[in-house]
Each structure stands twice: as C-alpha cells, then as structure tokens.
Design a protein around this ligand. Sequence first.
Ligand SMILES: [Zn+2]
Length: 308
Amino acid sequence: MRRLILVCIVSLLILSLCPSCKRDTGGADEKGKLVVVTSLFPLYDFAKHIGKDRAGVSLLIPPGVESHSFEPRPRDMIKIYDADMFIYTGAAMEPWVADIIAGIQGKNLLVIDASTGIAPREESAGHRDEHRGTDPHIWLDLAYAQKMVDTMCAGFIEKDPVNKTFYTDNAAAYKSSLAALDTRFQNALSRCEKKIIIHGGHFAFGYLARRYHLGYVAAYGFSPDSEPTPKRLYELSELTKRNRITHIFYEELLNPRVAETIARETGATLLKLNAAHNITKDEMARGVSFIAIMEQNLKNLIVGLQCR
Ligand SMILES: [Zn+2]
C-alpha cells in the first residue's frame, strides 16, 4: 500500500506538469456539476438520487468486480484526488480508505464516511470465532440506508450550499421510497413459514435478518475470501434438513457452487439473494437500481421462506 501511494504521488506530480492529461481519468467532470466518486454500488445509486443533474456521480469499483477484495489502482487514486467528494461505506468495508485520506491532505476534497452515526454489528459471522469482526453490510438495513442518505446529503450541502433545498428535497423523496420498501419487507417477512435464511454466500445479510427478525446462516464469513470447510457445509446441510428448508440462497458475483452443494445434499432449490455491493456491466447499462435489486430480493425471500 505504501508503494502504491508513492506511485500515486509520482503520477500526480507528472499530471500536474501535464494539464492536458489531467482529465483523462474517466471521472465525471461536467461543467458546473459536483464531481462525486463512490466506492460501492448502493452509495453510487444513493448519490445519484441526491445530486440528480447537479452532480456527476461515478462508481470506483469496476462493474462485476468482487468488492471485498478490491484495492484502488493508481488511476483510481487520481480519480478520487480530482473529485469534489469521495463517499465510502466505512472502515470495515474499505480499509484502504485510511491511506487515501492520509494521501490527500490539503486537497479540496470532502471525504464522507457513510457509516457515520451507525453502530455496526460487532460479532462473529454466525459460527465459531474465525470470522469475528465488524459486519460492513450496513446498507442492507433499510433504516440505516436512510441514515446513510442523510449523511451523504450533508456532504452535498457542505460542497454546494447554494442548492441546499434541492439536495434536501431529493434526499427526502428518496428516503421515503426506502421507507416504503422497508414497510413492504416488514409486512411480507412477518408472515413466513420458515424463519431462517440459509445462504451459500458470504455473511452479508446479518443486518437485514436482524431488522426483520429472521435467523441467518452463511457458508462464508463477512467477506468471501476463505473457502468454507467441509464441516461448515455439513452443518448448513443438516440445518436445512432439520428445519425442512426448501430454498437455499446464493449470492451475486460469486460462483454458486457452494450453494449448489448444499442444495444437492438437501434437495433444496436455489434462489438468488443480491447484496448489491456491485453490479455487472449489463446491469449498469440497463440502469438497475438499488431499490429494484431489493424488490427482487423480497420476491425471492417470499418464495424461499414461504411467506403468505
Ligand atoms: Zn459483503
């Protein structure tokens, strides 16, 4: 990481001597708009709803890339360095941001930690202690998502106070969409035959399960970095059989073979549960929204948990 910063500083020096190179970074830089860089897809979508046509919002992580293992490349550092505002999820999701903050001292860049004011879940990812830590998936609690919109909106206002009413109104409208979605989740998930989500992916839905009073077990820890052990797969299969679970969930952007193994062992059917860390190139082209992803998740949960 230190070497990366050195490379970056050298690159920045070169760029400052070469004004025509300066805007060749793929960032949004339309005249008169706030240039906003976001780390994860939910933040990108929230920022677009707050800033609308007054902001050029871009997503740092390339489409389809697994977000937990992502580390910024030198050109990403330059993109952040050139922006008015950089918004990230929190230290647990993007540990590399600490180095970025250290590297931008004195720049006119506002860095927003979207988890400000949110108490994270500090516990193990459901099994033993090997995955103990801070659960970074705060955006999957739809009350926290609204809090994140508020925190981000304050950043827009700080950067562009003249348009305070515009940003505040946009944030309020978007928050009411999130609140309506939350109510739909509350209503639907309070009437389910099954009360436990068995996930063949990494432990991303702890906040969601807690909010709607559901049990949750996942094959992997808080990030999909280490393979689940055969013992872990056996435990999940046994839990599935014991609770007569009919559907196993798999995650986006990760090979579903772990979920497939549990499904094969238990005769359960597979359904997708999309934690929306990132989207594919195709979804980006189609303009898929965070709310649309969550609506599809709700449909799949209703089927998988047999909700009436
Ligand atoms: Zn995750």
